[in-house]
Design a protein around this ligand. Structure first.
Ligand SMILES: Nc1nc2c(ncn2[C@@H]2O[C@H](COP(=O)(O)OP(=O)(O)OP(=O)(O)O)[C@@H](O)[C@H]2O)c(=O)[nH]1
Ligand SMILES: [Mg+2]
Length: 230
C-alpha cells in the first residue's frame, strides 16, 4: 500500500513538472518535440537531416538523452547546434525534471524549436509527459514490420511516425503494406513519413512537417494575443 502511494505521488510530481515545462516553453514560444524510438533507429541522424534541410536562420536547440557518453551531443555540436547532453546512468527514459534543468542551460530565448532525443527505448519514454508539444515516433526498417502490433503504445501516442532506413528495404523481409496497415489499425489518423537518412529520401517531408507544426504553434500563440497558453 505504502509503495503504491509513493509511486502515485512521484508520478503526480512528475506530471506537475511536465505542466510547468509546458508553460515555460509556451512563454518563450518554443515548440518542443520528444523523439522516441529504439536504440540505433536513427534519432540523432534525423535531427541532423532536419537541420540540414532548415533554411538559414531557423533556430534549433537539442536536449540529448543517453545512459552514458556525450557522443550524440558532439555530433550535433559539429553542426553548431546548441545542445545539452543528459546522462541517466540506469534510467530508461528522460524525466520532466531532467528537461527542466537541461532547458535552463540552453539559449532557448534564441531558439524557436527544441528537439528532445529521448533514451533509445520503445516503451518507457512513452509513459512520461515531458511538457513537449508533440511526441515523434521513430521506427527503422531493420527493426521489423511487426513492431506496431507488439509495442502499440508509441504508435498510439505519437503525433507523427517516421519510418527510417528505407534504403534497407531491398533485400529485407519488411512489408511496408503490413506495417502501414498495422499502424492504421492502432492509430488511423497517424501521419507516417518514410525516410532514409542515408539517401536523403523523405528528409524534406520531415523538415516540412516540423516547420508546419512550428507555424501552427505560432498561429495559436498569436491567437492568444501574447498571453501564455495552457
Ligand atoms: N542504412 C541506414 N543507416 C542509417 C540511417 N539512419 C541512421 N543510420 C545509421 O544507424 C546507426 C544509428 O544511427 P543514430 O542516428 O545514431 O541512431 P539513434 O537512434 O540516435 O541511436 P541511439 O542514440 O544510440 O539510440 C548509425 O550507424 C547511422 O549511420 C538510414 O536511413 N539508413
Ligand atoms: Mg542518438
Amino acid at each position: 500500500m505504502v509503495r503504491v502511494g509513493l509511486k502515485r505521488d512521484i508520478l503526480e510530481m512528475e506530471n506537475r513538472q511536465a505542466t510547468a515545462n509546458r508553460r515555460y516553453f509556451d512563454r518563450r514560444r518554443i515548440v518542443a518535440f520528444n523523439l522516441i524510438g529504439s536504440p540505433g533507429c536513427g534519432k540523432t541522424s534525423l535531427i541532423e537531416a532536419a537541420h540540414r534541410r532548415f533554411p538559414k536562420g531557423f533556430r534549433l536547440a537539442v536536449i540529448e538523452g543517453d545512459l552514458a557518453s556525450d557522443k550524440d551531443a558532439r555530433r550535433l555540436r559539429k553542426l553548431k547546434i546548441p545542445v545539452v547532453q543528459v546522462n541517466t546512468g540506469r534510467g530508461c527514459h528522460l524525466t520532466p525534471r531532467m528537461i527542466a534543468a537541461a532547458a535552463r542551460k540552453l539559449p532557448l530565448e534564441k531558439a524557436g524549436l527544441l528537439i528532445i532525443e529521448n533514451i533509445g527505448n520503445l516503451v518507457c519514454p512513452v509513459n512520461f509527459d515531458l511538457g513537449e508539444t508533440a511526441k515523434v515516433g521513430v521506427l527503422s526498417v531493420a527493426e521489423g514490420d511487426d513492431k506496431p502490433e507488439k509495442y502499440p503504445l508509441l504508435f498510439r501516442e505519437a503525433s507523427v511516425l517516421l519510418l527510417n532506413k528505407l534504403d534497407l528495404l531491398p533485400g529485407s523481409d519488411f512489408s511496408r503494406r503490413a506495417f502501414l496497415a498495422a499502424v492504421k489499425k492502432i492509430n488511423p489518423g497517424l501521419p507516417v513519413i518514410e525516410v532514409s537518412c542515408r539517401t536523403g529520401e523523405g528528409t524534406r517531408e520531415w523538415a516540412e512537417w516540423i516547420k508546419s507544426q512550428a507555424e501552427a504553434s505560432r498561429r495559436k500563440w498569436e491567437g492568444n494575443s501574447g498571453k501564455a497558453v495552457r
